[in-house]
Write a new protein. Structure first.
Length: 121
C-alpha cells in the first residue's frame, strides 16, 4: 500500500464495518478516509481472510498488520552532486559559498543545477 498506514483502531473499525456489509463509500464517509484507502484495506483483508470467521483481538490484529501490511520504502534518489562530494565538503569547510561551489563544479564538468548543489549542501 502506498498511502500512509492507518492506526490499528482505524483498520479494526474498517474491518467491523466491512463484515457488516458496508460499502466502501459508507466506510469512507463514516471514518473520514479516502474511498481508495478503504478499497486497499478491503483487498488486503480479503487476501488475509479477515472478512469471515472470528475477528482477531487487538494484539493479534496488530501483529497481523505488522507482518502482512508492508509499507514500501520511497524511491531513493542519488544527487548529481554525489560524485563531487569530497570537493564540496572540502569547499564548505573552507567557508566557500554555494554559488561559488557550483561554479567550481561547473569548471570540472558538472552540468547540474545550482539548486541541486544547494540541496546537496
Amino acid at each position: 500500500m502506498t498511502h500512509r498506514r492507518k492506526s490499528m483502531m482505524d483498520i479494526r473499525a474498517m474491518l467491523v464495518q466491512m463484515r457488516q456489509g458496508a460499502s466502501d463509500r459508507e466506510i469512507s464517509r463514516n471514518l473520514k478516509v479516502h474511498r481508495q484507502t478503504v478499497k486497499s484495506y478491503r483487498q488486503w483483508a480479503q487476501a488475509q481472510g479477515l472478512l469471515t470467521g472470528e475477528l482477531p483481538d487487538a494484539a493479534e490484529l496488530q501483529q497481523w498488520i505488522q507482518e502482512t501490511l508492508s509499507t514500501p520504502l520511497p524511491p531513493q534518489n542519488v544527487s548529481t552532486v554525489e560524485p563531487y562530494r569530497a570537493l564540496v565538503v572540502q569547499l564548505r569547510r573552507e567557508g566557500v559559498e554555494i554559488a561559488a561551489i557550483w561554479q567550481r563544479l561547473r569548471e570540472r564538468g558538472y552540468e547540474g543545477s545550482y539548486d541541486a548543489v544547494w540541496r546537496f549542501v
